[in-house]
Design a protein around this ligand. Structure first.
Ligand code: ATP
Ligand code: MG
Length: 383
């Protein structure tokens, strides 16, 4: 354990607390003031702070509160006088224990030991929170229907997010027939197979080398070039690779095949936003209804699942409201149909780059902005 920091200027009080620290089996370090205690906690990486009687005041409780929240430091207050007001103040500040003049040195030592245990738990929680906050946001584009525009949307989302200055990776989980590379005009010199084959050595640097880089700044982890190569890629490996990608990028956009395959479920599991793509034809509507029911059964939270109507202005005698009724879900965003889309697909240049002023590009940019906003946001229409 790191040293226990005793904040107390008075020699005899300091001695009493030092003895207790020794009985607790720890090393002691000292500070004379609250401000030097604050500095020393950081320098020593102390897990437990003991505030002595001379320094017990509102500022001491504020310090205890701040240190606990920011660094998982547990504080024991050794007060000259313990009353209800002080106990309430200590409780509000998250102080681990309060000891008074009538407590034995052994009691103080036990309070310090307990504080050490609590600090270890607090630190784990703080570390987990920091790790979660640093993980990239996963945005998956999904539909069980082929040809509805998943890859068009995923590639444009990736390029749009990269053009906003974010560090973005696009992972092609249409492992047999992925065409992210074709739509972005990239040559697949490396694919996800290289990440799988070299997984034991896979780190951030190797991952960056396996990614194909697009002119927009987007990095892509492409699907295997041969469909049979997909067979060796397990869902567990896909999950591990996605976790590594998340650690190294702000956003991870995932394109998928038209089925609930195990690798796709590994991506959905990690998704902060899941865009379910539908079009206005009866087969797509039926598939989407069933997919949403399945996602619901699998326990995926509705706030993360967002329905996107692609080719929303198609002349098919159906209105978006009828589509919503038939699917049983609210449309979150609409993307119009435009001839420039197949043209851009054939050229390997995403519409958000080629024709950013077109309605279709603008709607894709809005979707990218939505993907970049915090997850807690409830579903609403962004079209
Ligand atoms: N908004 C749009 N306007 C016009 N054409 C579109 C639009 N969105 C997609 N398309 C066309 O639809 C075709 C299929 O799109 P895409 O390949 O993205 O679908 P997909 O869902 O990824 O299909 P698959 O499941 O086979 O991978 C493409 O040729 C594309 O040009
Ligand atoms: Mg596709």
């Amino acid at each position: 354990m790191t040293p226990i920091l005793i904040a107390e200027p008075d020699g005899s009080d300091r001695k009493r607390l030092e003895v207790a620290v020794k009985i607790a089996g720890c090393e002691a370090a000292f500070a004379d003031t609250l401000s030097s205690a604050r500095e020393s906690v950081g320098e020593l990486d102390a897990e437990v702070l003991v505030i002595g009687p001379t320094l017990v005041c509102d500022a001491a409780f504020d310090l205890a509160d701040r240190l606990q929240r920011a660094s998982g430091v547990a504080t024991v207050v050794a007060a000259a006088n313990v009353d209800a007001v002080l106990l309430r103040r200590a409780m509000r500040a998250g102080v681990t224990d309060v000891v008074g003049p009538n407590d034995t040195t052994e009691d103080v030592a036990s309070a310090i030991r307990r504080a050490g245990e609590i600090a270890t738990r607090l630190r784990c929680a703080v570390a987990a929170e920091v790790e979660e906050a640093h993980k990239g946001k996963v945005v998956t584009v999904f539909s069980t229907k082929g040809g509805v525009g998943k890859t068009v949307i995923a590639t444009n989302l990736g390029v749009a997010l990269a053009s906003m200055g974010h560090k973005v990776a696009l992972v092609d989980l249409d492992l047999e027939f992925g065409d992210v590379g074709i739509m972005l005009g990239l040559k697949p010199e490396h694919t996800i197979n290289d990440a799988v084959a070299g997984f034991d050595r896979l780190d951030a640097e190797m991952l960056a080398g396996i990614m194909e880089h697009h002119a927009s700044g987007l990095h892509t982890l492409l699907a295997p070039t041969l469909p049979e190569d997909a067979d060796i890629i397990s869902a567990a490996r896909v999950g591990q690779i996605l976790d590594l990608v998340r650690e190294n990028y702000d956003y991870v956009v995932v394109d998928t095949c038209p089925a609930f395959t195990e690798p796709v479920l590994a991506a959905i599991d990690r998704s902060d936003a899941l865009y379910v793509i539908t079009t206005m034809d009866v087969a797509s509507i039926k598939n989407t209804r069933i997919s949403l029911q399945k996602l619901h059964q699998l326990g995926y939270n509705n706030g993360r699942v967002r329905l996107v109507l692609n080719r929303s202005d198609s002349k098919v005698l159906l209105q978006p409201a009828e589509v919503e009724q038939a699917i049983g879900g609210k449309i979150f965003a609409c993307i119009p149909s435009d001839r420039i889309v197949p043209r851009s697909v054939n050229q390997g240049i995403p519409v958000v780059t080629e024709l950013p002023r077109s309605e279709v590009a603008k709607s894709l940019m809005r979707l990218a902005k939505d993907a970049a906003t915090p997850v807690s946001k409830e579903a609403g229409n962004v079209s």
